[in-house]
Design a protein around this ligand. Sequence first.
Ligand SMILES: [Zn+2]
Length: 481
Amino acid sequence: MSNALDIVLHEFGKIAQIPRPSHHEERISAYLCKWAQEHGLTFEKDEMNEVIIDKPASVGCENVPRVIFQAHMDMVCVAEEGLAYDPISDSIKIINDGKTLTADGTSLGADDGIGVAMILYLLQNDSLRHGPIRAIFTTNEEDGMDSVKMDAKYLDGAYLVNLDWETVGSICNSCAGGDFFTFSRKAEWEKPPVGSKRITLSFSNLLGGHSGVGINKGHANALVSLAGVMTMIRQAGFDFSISEFSGGQAPNAIPKFAKAIVAVKAEDIDGIRRVIDDFSAEFKTAFGNIEPEYVFKADIDDAAPSRVLSADSGNALTELMTVVPNNVHTMSPFVDGLVESSSNLGEITVGDDEIRFSVFERSSVAYQATQIGVICRALAERFGFAFASDGHVPGWAVNPNSKLTEIACREYKKLTGTDMIVEPVHAGVECGAFAEKNPNLDMIAIGPTLLDVHTPNESCDIESVRITTELLVKILEAIVG
Ligand SMILES: [Zn+2]
C-alpha cells in the first residue's frame, strides 16, 4: 500500500475533478456518499447536502470516546483574468512540482479539499487503532456557513478536529462569531438650492483588509473617514446636501475607497475648504505612515447636482455613520494582542428609494456581540433608521482545560521537535457553530500550510500535508492511550 501522503494526494486529486463552488455541492456530496458506501461505512446526508460518515472503533477500542473530524466540501472558485473557466462545470487542474500544489489558472480548493482528503485517508486506513470516528463534511462554509443550521445530533462526540486551518505548526483554539447589522431609511430626494456648488469628496487606495483579522492593524475606513469630514463641515456651521455616497467592497472587508458628491452654498466654499484642509492634515499625521498609497481628494466645481437628499435624511446618514461602532470594541483580557470584539462599517448604497449601510460585528464572547447590537439598535432608533440583524454565527471561547489542545501540542512537538503555536483568531471558524450545539465538545482547528487562498495563486505545501496527516494519526492513537 502506498504511504499516507500518496493516499491523501490521490483523494485530493479525485475531489478536484468535481466542480464544487459554494451553493453547488450536490455532486461532491453524492461522491462522498458513494465513497462511504464503497468503503462499507455507514453515512447520512442532511437536507443541506452535508455528509456524515461513521467508522466503528477498532477491536478493543469500543469504549474510547468518539473523535469527529470535520472539513468543508465547498470551495471559492476564482480564475486568472482572461481564462475560460466555468466553476459549475470545469474541474481544477492540479500542478504538483514535488514541493507545492497549485492549480492551472484557478484557485486550488485545498481550502478545504485537502482537509476532506486527509479525513478520507483516516476513514480508509484499517491498520490504525482508534475509538469510533465520525467524519463531518459541511457545505457552503465560504458563503454563509450552512453548518450553523446542522442538526446538533451529529455533534455527539468528545473531541472535534476541524481541518480548515491554514498553517502547519499552528493550532486554533477559539474564534469570533458574527452578526450582520443593516441600517436603512427611505431616501427623500429634492432639488438643490439654485446656485449651489458641487464638491466631490473621495478616498481611494486605502489598504482595507479583512474586517476580522485586519481590524486592529490601524487601517483607515474610507466610508467612516468621509462621513467624519462631512460631519465636521456641518459642525463648523456649513450646510451641505448629499447627492451621491458610495463605497466599500463587501460587508466583511474594510472599505478601501469611498466617494461622496455634495451640494454647498457658493459663499461657504472658503470656510468649507479650511475644514477640509484641517481634516486632511490630521488624517495625514494619523495615517500617513500606515497607509502609504492613500489619495484623499476634494474637487470643487460649479455644476450643481440634479438632486440631493433632504437635509434630514442626509444629516442623519453622515452623523450615524460617524458615531456607529466601527473598529476594535474590546481586547481579550486573557490573550495579549487578541481582539475580542469589533465591528466594521463595510458598505453603503444610496439608491432611488432607500439609503442603506451595513456593519459587521464580530466577537468571541456572546456578551460583547449583544452589547454592540444594543448600541447599534439604539443609535438607529435615534437617527430614524430601521435596524435589522441577520446571519448570526456564534463564537467559540477559549477552553483553558482542553485535553485535545494539549495532546495536539505534545504530539506535534514529538513529530517535529518544534513547539506548536496556539492561536485564537478574530474571524469565523465552523467550530463556533459546533460549540453552540455541543458545549462539551473539546475542539481544535489545524491544517497544512496554504497560501493565497481564494485567489488563483492558492498553493498548498506538500510537506505540511504529510506532517498534518501524521499528526492526525498520532492524535487518534494518543486518545486511545
Ligand atoms: Zn475554508
